[in-house]
Design a protein around this ligand. Structure first.
Ligand SMILES: [Zn+2]
Length: 388
């Protein structure tokens, strides 16, 4: 009996209905996709997180012994907390030629459109395989895909190139900045605030470090390096969170702050961290140690995702451009897993339906026209790799 084919809209609806906010397990969605693929004779490989509550799914259609083209998306979504939605975020709602729902643009619309073409794909004889890669924990620092990349990187059939379907309005994205998040702990020494000479003020030390970061940020802004394809066209440095102290009449013992660096591809983040450390060692710590030698400043890296910088004349770029019909290429403001794929030797470009302007916001949507363009793009890719 013929299988009832689930169309791309219905598939998007099914995927959106799974609340895969990054803090939750994505296994229900992954198992749905595994079972769906299994229905067409496509075997999935699940690569779990250490706790077993989340998984990446990797599946190959065609010759499993060869490289080929990977199509990649993440399954997690950002939280809806404190967002004012006009529809239920987990019920895909069609209105005004748009599909509203959390993840519709970022990036379940892409994943669903891709899955809807599997019945077509399995009918074809392919000259090279297509690989499907669906990850977890992308939204919290491209965490999940790293375990999958570890599995893929040494395989003889490692994908030879990759298209990540993050929302670019179906334009071809060849670059994005990296994103490094860091935490600085200042351990000072508590004292009554009338006796400040006996204490080491952690907040004040942290403030000087934050000011040093601001100085570095200004230097990047004013002296580069620059890449006019990015907005802003320089590496950015910013402190976003700070916590310290217990009461005004106590010299604060602890202060912690988080900062991030979004470097242009090729700009040197370790050099920025080294500059902050040298400043701490030369200017802040001697004064702290003079009062209490056990005080300290610790800088830890929370996450690091490399930038992406695929040449415009690379085969991956040329392929995506010819499939999308896009004129030229863009560099995107947001980070993707593409930088990690590229670093693992899988050249990557970004091209997917919907706009990042709608992602992460209340009333996130993807236009039906974008889904149609994505379907046409994937259909052309299938034709391209099929034996006629
Ligand atoms: Zn995304």
């Amino acid at each position: 009996m013929a299988r009832a084919v689930i169309d791309k809209i219905e598939l998007t609806k099914r995927l959106v209905a799974f609340d895969t906010t990054s803090r939750n397990s994505n296994l229900a969605l992954i198992e749905f996709v595994r079972d769906y693929l299994d229905g067409y004779g496509v075997t999935s490989e699940l690569v779990y997180d250490p706790g077993g509550a989340k998984a990446n799914l990797y599946a190959t259609i065609g010759d499993t012994m060869r490289g080929g083209i990977m199509l990649s998306g993440h399954t997690d979504v950002v939280p809806i907390d404190d967002q004012d939605w006009h529809t239920d975020p987990f019920v895909l709602t069609e209105k005004d030629d748009r599909l509203y729902g959390r993840g519709s643009a970022d990036m379940k619309g892409f994943v669903a459109t891709l899955l809807s073409l599997v019945p077509t794909l399995v009918q074809r004889k392919l000259r090279e395989p297509l690989h499907l890669s669906f990850s977890y924990d992308e939204e919290i620092g491209c965490i999940g895909v790293r375990t999958l990349i570890d599995v893929l990187k040494d395989r003889a059939n490692k994908p030879r190139l990759c298209i990540v379907g993050e929302p670019t309005d179906m334009q071809v994205g060849v670059g994005h900045k990296g994103k490094h998040t860091l935490r600085c702990h200042v351990h000072g020494h508590e004292a009554h605030s009338s006796l400040i000479h006996q204490g080491v003020n952690a907040i004040e030390a942290a403030a000087e470090l934050v000011a040093k970061l601001k100085e570095i940020a200004r230097r990047k802004r004013d002296h580069g390096p620059f890449d006019p394809d990015f907005q802003p066209p320089y590496s950015s440095v910013h402190t976003g969170l700070i916590q310290g102290g217990t009461a005004l009449n106590i010299v604060p013992r602890e202060c912690t702050f988080d900062f991030e660096v979004r470097p242009l591809p090729g700009d040197d983040v370790p050099a920025i961290v080294a500059e902050l450390r040298e400043f701490a060692e030369a200017r802040i710590l001697p004064e702290m140690w003079a009062v209490r030698p056990e005080t300290s400043i610790l800088i830890e890296e929370l996450s690091a995702a490399p930038g992406l910088d695929t040449p415009k004349d690379h085969e991956a770029t040329q392929l995506a451009a010819s499939l999308s019909g896009a004129n030229g290429t863009i560099k995107v403001a947001f980070g993707t897993e593409g930088g990690l794929f590229a670093a693992a030797g899988i050249p990557t470009v970004i091209c997917g339906p919907g706009s990042i302007d709608q992602a992460h916001k209340p009333d996130e949507y993807v236009a039906l026209d974008q889904i149609a363009r994505c379907e046409a793009f994937l259909q052309r890719l299938i034709d391209r790799v099929s034996v006629r």
